[in-house]
Design a protein around this ligand. Structure first.
Ligand code: PGA
Length: 253
């Protein structure tokens, strides 16, 4: 893993009211207070960002959002800007999750704009890519990822992308209980890192963290994290319980 700091990120999706989110975050802060040398993030729904931000302040748990809109402000009913996320206490933002691509019409082009907006406001983008089951079966995995990554980061300088985090989430493994095997994950992560090497140079390719996402749970995290190019996990279902998520944070123990 070279010098990349492991990163365990929880995506709560459309789960938890404000009081539920505050409770879970409070439990998590206690359970992971001795976690060292690891970055931890939770991404509650928008409505819970501010109250959860108060709970995690001063702890090792950082706050992330699940989406943003790229304009600074304006008549865009229902949307939230990156500056608003910063003002709510966010450090990270998940961009281009496959559920947003599938249900909300996100494309590589809108993902690119969102990454640009996050960078401008010093939010760290967690840029999600991944192939569908059909694409994997037809051996298109690498070409799909090549296109998603290139279009997603097109137009940014190496300075812009210094803090970028990439999440490889095979769509067939999200919420399905089907995890990619550690060697399947490693194969793709290695491919992504060699792409980054070609596009951004060796320094950034070595420092950008690539997370795996898709049915990560306490029983498979250790194995995944032994892979040299897997730097962490983006976790959906198993991040909703503080106890289960804390086991993922403590995967080394
Ligand atoms: P899952 O979701 O862990 O429930 O499979 C992962 C994700 O969508 O980020």
């Amino acid at each position: 893993m070279e010098n990349r700091k492991p990163f365990i990120a929880g995506n709560w999706k459309m789960f938890k009211t404000c009081s539920e989110a505050v409770n879970t975050a409070g439990q998590l802060v206690k359970l992971v207070k001795h976690a060292n040398d690891i970055d931890v993030m939770i991404a509650p729904p928008f409505t819970a960002l501010v109250p959860v931000s108060d709970v995690v302040k001063g702890s090792c748990v950082s706050l992330g959002a699940q989406n943003l809109f790229w304009e600074d402000e304006g008549a865009y009913t229902g949307e939230i800007s990156s500056a608003m996320l910063v003002s709510a206490g966010c450090k990270y933002v998940i961009i281009g999750h496959s559920e947003r691509r599938q249900y909300f019409g996100e494309t590589d082009e809108t993902v690119n704009k969102k990454i640009g907006s996050a960078i401008k406001d010093d939010l760290i983008p967690i840029f999600c890519v991944g192939e569908s089951e059909k694409e994997r079966e037809s051996k298109a995995t690498f070409s799909v990822l090549d296109k998603q990554v290139k279009r997603g980061i097109e137009g940014f300088s190496t300075d812009d992308l210094e803090a970028l985090v990439i999440a490889y989430e095979p769509v067939w493994a999200i919420g399905t209980g089907k995890t990619a095997t550690s060697s399947q994950a490693q194969e793709v992560h290695q491919f992504l890192r060699s792409m980054l090497d070609k596009i951004l140079g060796n320094m950034l390719a070595k420092s950008i963290r690539i997370l795996y996402g898709g049915s990560v749970k306490p029983s498979n995290i250790k194995e995944l994290m032994t892979m040299p190019d897997v730097d962490g996990a983006l976790v959906g279902g198993a991040s909703l319980s503080a106890e289960t998520f804390s086991k993922l944070v403590h995967y080394q123990v």
